[in-house]
Design a protein around this ligand. Structure first.
Ligand SMILES: [Zn+2]
Length: 254
């Protein structure tokens, strides 16, 4: 009774809200997971993280050798397609330059000295050079240059490592959406280069093949023409001989 008219929720709204709830609970589970697993384990190989480490656009961490193996032999990773469907080449990851504390061997921010660990400070990296910092390092120094190597970076390209808030998860995804629209991979390398070159090669190959084929046709036609000519002259000489033999016969007969 109270639900008639416009107050009845449409199927679309129900689906939308249940989907929304699922997303936030998934996010919550992800947050719990982030606390331990993702900071210590390569989520592709399930092996302990060890340098060299690469990261994807989501800010997840992987052992570089595991990613290389994944790219070469994906069949070795049972759930690889579900875990890293977006890693199709090395352009889809950035190798991180992580500072190691000389005494403790722990991974730290080279500016603040904060430790890179589960449940610790928010850490980010610059895809332009791969250097890793606690986000707070940039709050103190406003610069367009990497605080470790001095190379230029864009604030819009900074990636949050293992983000725990919805805003940071979305920011990493929105950044990737923008890069795709600009024809760039997560590593900021062009995604179209390879395709263009490949297409170029393809069309060149096709042209070459066409050229070879038409050359063959010409050669065949020439051979045919020459063969016909030879055959004709042979025929003529046979005919001629036959005629002269016939004439000779006539004379002999006479
Ligand atoms: Zn740098």
């Amino acid at each position: 009774m109270g639900n008639d008219g416009g107050s009845i929720p449409t199927r679309r709204e129900l689906v939308k809200s249940s989907k929304g709830e699922r997303t936030s609970s998934e996010l919550f589970e992800q947050n719990l997971l982030n606390a331990t697993f993702v900071w210590s384990t390569c989520i592709l190989s399930k092996k302990p993280l060890q340098l060299p480490i690469v990261s994807d656009y989501l800010g997840r961490l992987y052992n570089k050798d595991s990613v290389l193996e994944w790219l070469i032999s994906p069949e070795n990773f049972g759930d690889g397609d579900a875990t890293v469907p977006h890693i199709r080449s090395l352009k889809d990851v950035v190798e991180l330059k992580i500072t190691k504390d000389e005494n403790s061997g722990k991974w730290i921010c080279p500016v603040t000295g904060k430790e890179l660990k589960a449940g610790g400070s928010k850490f980010v990296y610059l895809p332009e050079c791969g250097h890793v910092f606690a986000e707070s390092a940039f709050r103190e120094i406003d610069t367009d240059n990497c605080l470790a190597c001095g190379s230029m970076y864009s604030k819009a390209n900074v990636v949050t490592i293992n983000p725990t808030t919805k805003a940071d998860v979305e920011a990493n995804k929105a950044r990737m959406d923008r890069l795709i629209s600009e024809g760039l991979a997560h590593s900021l390398k062009s995604t179209s280069n390879k395709k263009k070159r490949k297409n170029g090669e393809d069309s060149k190959e096709k042209k070459d093949k066409k050229k070879t084929k038409s050359m063959e046709i010409i050669r065949n036609e020439e051979t045919l023409r020459m063969t016909t000519k030879v055959l004709e002259s042979v025929k003529q000489s046979i005919n001629g001989r036959k005629r002269s033999e016939a004439v000779q016969d006539l004379y002999l007969k006479a």
